[in-house]
Design a protein around this ligand. Structure first.
Ligand code: NAD
Ligand code: ZN
Length: 358
């Protein structure tokens, strides 16, 4: 499957299939690069780097750098090491970076590509489910000790090659994290996809290649449609934040690592569904949805330690907030997201009822 991404700054393809990596050599040959610089992490490197390297053109020199796995990759010090490595190895303006890994590597390597010598080309070769979200749209970033993704720019890749064979080594917890974003894309844009997911996916370890191609491809199409309308996130792109207002608050207060991103977002989405029911009269069957996500191993409860005040403070710091009032992406119906201010009293009442639920 191939999805075309059209943004005002660039158009490019996302190729999603088993064995897609075999297309890399041809794509690179067409570009006449001077050198390649593969950035991967210490988990993906040992597992899959040989497969990637087997596809590189013989006459194109490639250097590689392995960064720490997970969020550790997005530290300033690692970013600096990546740039120094590029300079030491003679990368020039006509060289190309390959981001080979999950969203963390994609964000870091994309930011290195965007800033090295004021910007060079890069390819995204995502290896997680979550990366169906992060590899498309051109947001790149690293973290500061006080805030995630606080330093970054928009820089679109040349091509995204999404070989679903790489997903086979993912631990279930990472599948669960990424799959939550597929569910998000379905909830905000595609009732058919949601129906398909709920009917066909009842275990995260039994998703077939064909299912992956369909659900990831559709997720990418949805993200692409939003991003092409609003490349730099000034308006409609906010709908991609569905579930993230409380989700981020849970991640931030639990300490990063206790919940994966997707697990926290899933709880946030359930909260947003309840808010949508209260505020907009959403008629969707939330208990059936909760039953399904439990079956997939998600927790649907607000963590016990998290008080409303703590959560509210964190939600007020959300980037959608205006004048300290939290704005939520809510659903008028499945597929119809709206950005709404939610009064503190309603946020609190819903929070408390939701927290007490079994
Ligand atoms: P990740 O890159 O940290 O990967 C998760 C874990 O899985 C890591 O430990 C990694 O080493 C491991 N891994 C990756 N591929 C593997 C494979 N094939 N087999 C076995 N293990 C593998 O995280 P992620 O969940 O892919 O992405 C999260 C990051 O993406 C966050 O930093 C988030 O801020 C960012 N993000 C960016 C955007 C964007 O638009 N740029 C959107 C959403 C999320
Ligand atoms: Zn997310």
């Amino acid at each position: 499957m191939k999805v075309e991404i059209n943004t005002p700054s660039k158009s490019y393809s996302v190729i999603i299939k088993s064995g897609a990596i075999k297309l890399l050599g041809k794509q690179l040959n067409a570009k006449k690069y001077t050198k390649l610089y593969i950035i991967t992490d210490q988990t993906v490197g040992p597992l899959h780097l040989d497969t990637l390297k087997a596809q590189l053109p013989n006459d194109l020199e490639a250097v590689e750098f392995q960064v720490p796995s997970g969020e550790q990759a997005k530290q300033f010090s690692v970013y600096e090491q990546c740039l120094e490595f590029a300079l030491e190895n003679g990368l020039d303006r006509n060289s190309c970076i390959i981001a080979f890994g999950g969203g963390a590597v994609g964000d870091l390597a994309g930011f290195v590509a965007a800033t090295y010598m004021r910007g060079i080309d890069f390819f995204q070769i995502p290896t997680t489910i979550l990366a169906h979200d992060s590899a498309v749209g051109g947001k790149t970033a690293i973290n500061l000790p006080l805030g995630k993704n606080m330093v970054g720019v928009f820089h679109q890749p040349e091509t995204v090659i999404y070989d679903i064979d790489f997903l086979k080594t993912l631990p279930t917890s990472e599948i669960r994290s990424g799959f939550a974003e597929v569910v998000k894309h379905a909830l905000i844009a595609d009732p058919q996809l949601l129906k398909y997911l709920m009917e066909n996916i009842t275990s995260l370890s039994e998703i077939t290649d064909d299912m992956f191609v369909y659900i990831l491809g559709r997720g990418i199409e949805i993200k692409a449609a939003v991003v092409s309308e609003d490349e730099k996130e000034t308006g409609v792109r906010a709908v991609l934040n569905f579930g993230h207002t409380l989700g981020h608050a849970i991640e931030a207060t639990a300490g990063y690592g206790k919940y994966t991103h997707g697990e926290a977002v899933m709880i946030g989405m359930v909260y947003a569904l309840y808010l949508s029911k209260e505020k907009l009269g959403l008629t969707y069957d939330i208990s059936k949805f909760i039953e399904w996500i439990h079956q997939l191993g998600y927790d649907s409860h607000i963590p016990n330690y998290l008080s409303f005040d703590q959560a509210f403070q964190a939600m007020q710091r959300d980037k959608k907030s205006v004048a300290n009032k939290p704005y939520f992406v809510l659903l008028a119906s499945v597929g119809k997201p709206v950005l709404e201010e939610v009064e503190k009293s309603l946020a609190e009442k819903t929070f408390i009822t939701f927290k007490q639920m079994e």
